[in-house]
Design a protein around this ligand. Structure first.
Ligand SMILES: [Zn+2]
Length: 345
């Protein structure tokens, strides 16, 4: 049973989840490209090795929990939080939530692909459509205030399972850094009558130095204050909705830009470990402080869908752990130039 404990000293929450200790470590150092692995619970044909699926994109006439899927979502066997736990908050010196939340695994592809770089465009599109469906479904659960949507690729990024997968953790509150980030976005919109990402991308376009590529309404760039070497953000000036409302047309533009960008990164960095996160604005009204939401007609006005790729090339130490500041030795301008000049693999 897990607890979500409030750390009064650092004004943040910590998930204490003893069950996570028993996760098997399936990672290996090499990139594997097998069609199927007999021992991998995420490979097609091994559906009985996971809990029953919550959602899947399937081939016509295929049956749930059997072969014939393109993406598959199952509850995480080693959950950090549980949807069955009480939605109960306890105040006092030792403040905590009773481990309530959603923890799902999105199995990105039936093949034993160990990297996103091995995917084709259809796999990227189906992956985005699966994330869209899951966030839209969980939005209806009013106990969930915030969803974290991320991929860990490679051991250096925290992965313990090689088969390409994405995780979704839904929480009964908004973690402080995310709450502050969205409050800033709303404040920017109120003062400038445009989204912060819209202002940022326009400035980046003027400078040009940190832009990698653009496709349709989406732009891929290395952010001015990149925390990670070769960090990339893909976002848009135009409001295109959030992960749960992106149109098929937007997904059709985003998928090839993401795949091209990853291939360029792979060419420059070799087989690199990375975290990838997708923006998910707070789900419930009133969950952002100072009634900021009242001043904004819709979340889409102030917030842009954003995908962030964070290569994990270096290990971090005491300075990063105590200050939250990361020392990045690679100039974002240099990273963008190298990525821009990379031929597609
Ligand atoms: Zn597998």
């Amino acid at each position: 049973m897990s607890d979500i404990r409030y750390d009064r000293l650092h004004d943040c929450h910590v998930i204490i989840a003893p069950e996570r200790l028993h996760r098997p470590d399936y990672t290996a150092e090499i990139r594997e490209d097998k069609k199927k692995d007999a021992k991998c619970p995420f490979c097609e044909g091994n559906e009985s090795m996971t809990p029953p699926e919550i959602f899947a994109i399937r081939k016509t006439y295929s049956i749930a929990n059997q072969k014939g899927w393109k993406t598959r979502v199952v509850p995480n066997l080693y959950k950090a939080v549980k949807i069955e736990a009480a939605h109960a908050h306890h105040n006092g010196t030792f403040e905590y939530w009773e481990g309530f939340g959603a923890h799902e695994v999105i199995i990105d592809t039936p093949k034993h692909h160990t990297s996103m770089i091995q995917w084709d465009i259809n796999t990227v599109s189906n992956w985005l459509k699966t994330l869209r469906a899951r966030v839209a479904d969980l939005r209806r659960d009013h106990r969930i205030a915030y969803i974290s949507l991320f991929k860990n690729e490679g051991k250096g990024a925290g992965a313990t399972q090689m088969h390409s997968h994405t995780q979704l953790i839904g929480l009964p509150f908004i973690p402080r850094p995310e709450r502050e980030k969205y409050e800033k976005s709303y404040e920017h919109y109120i003062h400038h009558a445009e989204a912060l990402l819209e202002s940022m991308i326009r400035e980046e376009e003027k400078e040009g130095e940190r832009i990698i590529a653009a496709k349709g309404d989406f732009t891929a760039f290395c952010p001015y204050a990149s925390a990670y070497p070769f960090e990339v953000i893909i976002s848009s000036k135009k409001p295109l909705g959030q992960i749960d409302t992106l149109s098929d047309e937007s997904i059709g533009t985003l998928a090839p830009l993401l795949l091209d960008t990853l291939k360029k990164m792979d060419k420059q960095l070799g087989c690199f470990d990375f975290n990838l996160s997708l923006s998910t604005p707070p789900l419930q009204e009133g969950s952002i402080g100072n009634n900021l939401l009242d001043s904004v007609d819709s979340v889409d006005d102030a917030c842009r869908f954003t995908l962030r790729i964070m290569p994990r090339i270096y290990h971090y130490g005491g300075f990063e752990a105590t200050t939250g500041m990361i020392i990045n030795p690679v100039l974002p301008e240099l990273a963008a130039r190298l990525l821009r000049e990379s031929e597609d693999a």
